[in-house]
Structures are given as C-alpha cells and as structure tokens.
Design a protein around this ligand. Structure first.
Ligand SMILES: NC(=O)c1ccc[n+]([C@@H]2O[C@H](COP(=O)([O-])OP(=O)(O)OC[C@H]3O[C@@H](n4cnc5c(N)ncnc54)[C@H](O)[C@@H]3O)[C@@H](O)[C@H]2O)c1
Ligand SMILES: [Zn+2]
Length: 392
C-alpha cells in the first residue's frame, strides 16, 4: 500500500507472540503522525515518557512530540546518550525517576525513539516502572528496525568486576506497537547502516524456513538500492526482515527451543561475541576505527560460520562464496588483522553465555536461506572457520 502523498509504500507486519500480538508499521514520514498511529492501539493513555536518542535531529523528536500532543497524549521528552556504558541500571533508575516526576500511571506510555540501546533501556524502564507500562518502539537505526525493536527483549548491561556484562539484567516485555519510519535512516552514519545490514543478511540466510524463501535472492538483487537508501527498497527490506524475525520469535518467544526457534537468530553470533570485545580490532585494519561494531562482528561471524559449514561438508562452497560476496558488497568486513590464534578464539566461543554447560552449539548454514543448530562441532572445522576471517 502507498502512503498518500509520499510515493513510498507502507507495510504492516503482525507479530504473534504467545504473550501478545502487535503490529510493526513500516513506512516513511510516520513519526510526524505517531500520535494518530498510537491512539487506536492505546486509547486511554494521557501521558508518554518519550525517551529519545540524544543524537537524533531535534526536528524529528519535536515532530513526534507534537503529534502525540495533537492526539491528546502529553509527551515528556527525555534525551538519552546512547552508549553501552550508559545502558546500565543507574541510568534506568534515573529514567524511572523521570517517569515518577511526570506522574505517569499504569495507563500511560513509554515511547522509545532511537537505536537498539534506547529501545532496550526504555523498554526495560517501561517494563518495570509501576510493574509495567505499555511501550511503543520507534526504532531509528536499521539494526533496531529489523532486530532489537521486535521480540520483546529489554534490558541493561551489568558492571561486574570492571567488565560490562551485556544484557545481563532485563525482562521480556512486548511493545504495543512498533513504528519503523525509514526516513529516519537517512541521518544514520554509514558504518551503523552497514552494521544493520549484517543482521539483514543473517535473516536472509535463515528465511527459507520462516516464510520467505526469496529473501536471499531479493537482498542480493536490491543491495545497490538498499545502499543508496532508496525509500521503497528500505521499506521492503525492513518489512521482510521484521516478518522473518517475527516468525522466529512467534515460534519461541522466550528462547527455550535449543535446536531451532530463536536459537537460529544466533547464526554468526557465537563467533561475533568471541571477537567483538577483543581490543584493537577494526574493520579496515586502522586502529583508529577499533573496536568493531556488533554488526561488523556479525558479518565476520557469518563468514566464519560459512567456512566452518563448508569444512564440515554441510554447505556448498559456491553458496559460501555468494555470502562472502554479498557481505563485501554491503561494505562489511570479511577478514580482520590481529585476531588471536584460532584455539584462543575457540575457547572464548565455548564460554559464550549461550553455550550450554560448556558444550558448544553453533548455528551453521546448510543451504540457501537455511541453517541448523549443530551440537559440539568438530573443533578443527571451527578453527578453519576462524582462519577464514584472519588476515595475516
Ligand atoms: N532487544 C533485542 O532483541 C536486541 C537485539 C539486537 C540488539 N540489541 C541491542 O541493541 C543495541 C545496539 O543497537 P544499535 O545498533 O541500534 O545501536 P545504538 O542504539 O547505539 O545506535 C547506533 C548509533 O546511532 C545513533 N543513532 C541512532 N539513530 C540515529 C539516526 N536515525 N540518525 C543518526 N544517528 C542515529 C546512536 O546515537 C548511536 O550512536 C545493543 O545494545 C544490543 O544489545 C537488542
Ligand atoms: Zn546481532
């Protein structure tokens, strides 16, 4: 459907989690009519704590606020500096005090306007203030649109013995509505945009069993338009990726299925988690650009997963080459300097919080658009996978 007067399509994807169903509206120029989109979903909200990323253009934030006011929901604007070190309980507590000062009650709303950091913290504040307010997610990064805003995971990092343990404190709290307005992506730095594309490529690598067998071919085809951030290409990209994530999440809301379901979204991630926190590693070898962004580490993880799967005889070389080419076209790293020896990376992978009792589970590609969970893969094959992303 075309949104009147914009020439840009609009799509709605329904997320059906066992605890709640809600819509993800994908289009352009949606934030200026946020109030009108929110009102039918939460008719009795009188106030909204609008937690917004401090780097967003002021005009965008103000237009959201105006539209909520016009819909009879008074916005209380609160900026948030998006960084992992700010995504902690102390900041969540500060936001709780803002909600208290605004006298929010159980009918009112928390609106998260920003990337995955704002979405996770604001979602957590919404989930916990007065035992839970309703939350509207308005993602403004590609990663948040296709991944973080859908599925109800909220939370903060935990500082422990000088280390930031990522997402150690949190809860599942599905939003009432997600509004993904792709025009917001125009101001996103190119590196952040590409990092979001890594998650899209991951979705395309599992989509065949989740309702969209054509997503891989479409993404390879449309990559030029996507990189130019052509609005209709972005709407299709976001809507199709949300649909894949929604199908997976709907099958396994709380990530209890160890051999399928949400676990498949970890494709490339066990490698990524082991390398994204290593100091001094950058996507182009220039230490000034270190550390890697999560999506950059995911791209490396996807490449390593393909090489591991090829070594195990699970995935054809020609398919692995296709994945590498698409990652490269998307401007993502497929190899980096200064990686520790494969055995060391393997040890770090085995201690990933998603490994069960030390036995490593890896999600590996098995065909175009298909992946499965492999229990305790042969270490030599995994080391070959790691070698494939290590530039001497
Ligand atoms: N809840 C989930 O299911 C889930 C899934 C994946 C990731 N996450 C979390 O998401 C976070 C990463 O999210 P992210 O990649 O969106 O990072 P982010 O929130 O840090 O945003 C990336 C950068 O872009 C800026 N920014 C955001 N929107 C912008 C815009 N429209 N224009 C210009 N700049 C903009 C931010 O200020 C930040 O500097 C991590 O903390 C991760 O744990 C959560
Ligand atoms: Zn990820």
């Amino acid at each position: 459907m075309e949104r009147p007067g914009t020439g840009v399509n609009q799509r709605t994807v329904r997320v059906q989690a066992s605890s709640k169903s809600y819509d993800v509206i994908v289009g352009s120029g949606l934030l200026a009519s946020l109030g009108g989109l929110v009102r039918p979903v939460v008719s009795n909200a009188r106030k909204a704590l609008l937690i917004h990323d401090a780097r967003l253009p002021t005009a965008l934030v103000e237009s959201c606020g105006r539209s909520l006011t016009a819909a009879g929901c008074v916005p209380v604007l609160q900026a948030f500096e998006a960084s992992e070190s700010n995504k902690v309980l102390a900041q969540a507590e500060f936001l709780h005090t803002r909600a208290a000062a605004a006298r929010l009650d159980r009918h009112d709303l928390v609106v998260a306007l920003g990337g995955g950091i704002v979405g996770d913290v604001a979602g957590f504040v919404g989930a916990t203030f007065k035992r839970g307010l309703r939350v509207i997610q308005c993602p403004t990064t590609l990663l948040a649109m296709v991944d973080a805003s859908v599925g109800g995971k909220t939370g903060v990092n935990l500082r422990h013995e000088g280390v930031l343990l990522k997402n150690y404190v949190g809860t599942f709290h599905q939003p009432e509505l997600v509004v993904a307005s792709v025009d917001a992506l125009q101001t996103l730095p190119v590196r952040e945009f590409r990092a979001g594309l890594a998650e899209c490529i991951k979705h395309a690598m599992i989509s065949a069993d989740w309702g969209d067998p054509g997503l891989w071919d479409w993404t390879s085809h449309a990559i030029g338009a996507i990189l130019k951030r052509a609005p209709n290409a972005l709407v299709e990209l976001v809507a199709r990726n949300v649909a894949v994530k929604a199908a997976v999440v709907g099958s396994d809301e709380r990530e209890l299925d160890e051999s399928g379901g949400r676990a498949l979204l970890n494709l490339g991630h066990t490698f990524a988690h082991a390398i994204e926190t290593l100091p001094g590693i950058s996507p182009d070898g220039d230490p000034v650009h270190a550390p890697l962004l999560h999506g950059e580490a995911v791209a490396l993880g996807l490449q390593a997963a393909c090489a591991t799967a090829v070594a195990l005889g699970l995935f054809e070389i020609a398919e692995a080459v296709r994945v590498r080419n698409l990652l490269e076209e998307a401007g993502l790293p497929i190899g980096v300097r200064r990686l520790p020896p494969g055995e060391r990376v393997l040890e770090r992978m085995a201690s990933d919080k998603k490994s069960i009792a030390g036995a490593m589970r890896l999600v590996l590609p098995t065909g175009r658009g298909r992946a499965s969970v492999v229990q305790s893969p042969e270490p030599t094959a995994v080391i070959r996978g790691i070698a494939s992303i290590s530039v001497p």
